[in-house]
Design a binder for this molecule. Structure first.
Ligand SMILES: Nc1ncnc2c1ncn2[C@@H]1O[C@H](COP(=O)(O)OP(=O)(O)OP(=O)(O)O)[C@@H](O)[C@H]1O
Ligand SMILES: [Mg+2]
Length: 320
């Protein structure tokens, strides 16, 4: 007789398909123009790039949504774009990835775009287009947030500092009152607007802006715990690049060393962390389980080029 025995690794990655996530935040389009550089411009001492091909990827909160879908969970994304070609491109890319998208159109702004011009395998220039969304559009977004909350298990608020989360304190209060877990990827020096969230996930630089420098783990733990209490968070997750991550919660500290074997591209690792953490918490995982898997997922994603995502199969392979 053959018994099907679940390995501990399989158990470590529960069925994530039942999790329903709502992501709200600043979406952007990452655009790349690749070309040849054959001459210097006669107009100014700059290279002329003859564009041969272009690539586009959803960025910011939209990249968090891609990460949630890759893990097999379902996701809705609520954000604001301009009435332009970049906004339509984002809409198409996201819908094609299986994300339920609600992008409110703001006639007064251009969609946030980060355009990189690349010649001879190197980035020559980055051009950013961004404008803060209008108040009426943000109000409409808040109303949709409130009415759709019951559909979800957890909410991710992905703050890239572009102004799409003006009503973040209201969103946290509404979601927590409705019994939903709220995860925030923060920006800026004022974290008081994140008070009452379930967990906030700053990287080292973002945390330093708020609590100042720390000499060692002991000082970090003391300052992080003080901030956690001050903000009334269940947990504070500090992502520490090559030092892994540390979770501070009422039960103590959960340390995770970095697991990456090869590091190619660290951009977007923070998006993978919050997506994995949210999906795990939505499935009822404990803090140590959720943080461990988020760290493993980050270890996989930094080994890939470009703003990448991690699948369930890759997680299982990485746990072996
Ligand atoms: N150089 C590295 N070596 C190993 N692991 C890394 C490295 N950089 C990042 N990681 C993994 O990715 C996680 C998140 O990275 P980091 O703390 O840099 O977040 P972040 O600054 O928010 O990332 P980003 O904003 O680029 O998405 C880390 O906790 C770690 O697990
Ligand atoms: Mg980040």
């Amino acid at each position: 007789m053959v018994f099907a025995v679940a390995t501990p690794d399989v158990l470590a990655v529960p069925d994530l398909s039942a999790a329903r996530l709502l992501i709200v935040g600043d979406v952007m389009l990452d655009r790349y123009w690749f070309g040849e550089v054959a001459r210097i411009s006669p107009e100014a001492p700059v290279p002329v790039v003859k564009v041969a091909r272009s690539e586009e990827r959803p960025g910011g909160a939209a990249n968090v949504a891609r990460n949630v879908v890759a893990l097999g969970a379902s996701v809705s994304l609520l954000s604001v774009v301009g009435d332009d070609e970049a906004g339509r491109s984002l809409q198409h890319l996201l819908a094609a990835s299986g994300i339920d998208v609600s992008l409110h159109l703001d006639m007064a702004i251009s969609t946030t775009v980060k355009l990189r011009v690349i010649g001879r395998q190197q980035q020559l220039l980055r051009i950013d287009f961004e404008t803060t969304p209008s108040h009426e559009v943000l109000r409409a977004k808040l109303a949709e947030f409130a009415s759709r909350l019951p559909e979800f298990d957890a909410v991710i608020l992905s703050d890239y500092g572009k102004g799409g989360l003006t009503h973040i304190s209201d969103m946290i209060r509404l979601a927590r009152t409705a019994g939903k877990k709220v995860l925030v990827d923060p920006k800026g020096e004022d974290f008081s607007k994140y008070a009452g969230a379930t967990v906030v996930t700053p990287n080292r630089a973002e945390l330093r802006e708020v609590i100042g420098r720390w000499q060692d783990n002991e000082e970090l733990a003391r300052k992080a715990e003080a901030l956690r209490r001050e903000l009334g968070l269940d947990a504070l997750l500090v992502t520490r690049s090559e030092e892994g991550m540390s979770l501070f919660h009422a039960g103590g500290v959960v340390p995770e060393g970095a697991v990456a074997r090869e590091v190619f591209d660290v951009s977007g690792a923070g998006d993978t962390v919050i997506a994995t953490l949210a999906v795990m918490l939505a499935c009822g995982a404990s803090w140590p389980e959720a943080v461990h898997l988020a760290n493993v997922a980050a270890g996989v994603v930094v080994g890939k080029l470009g703003t990448a995502v991690v699948s369930r199969a890759e997680l299982l392979a990485a746990l072996k």
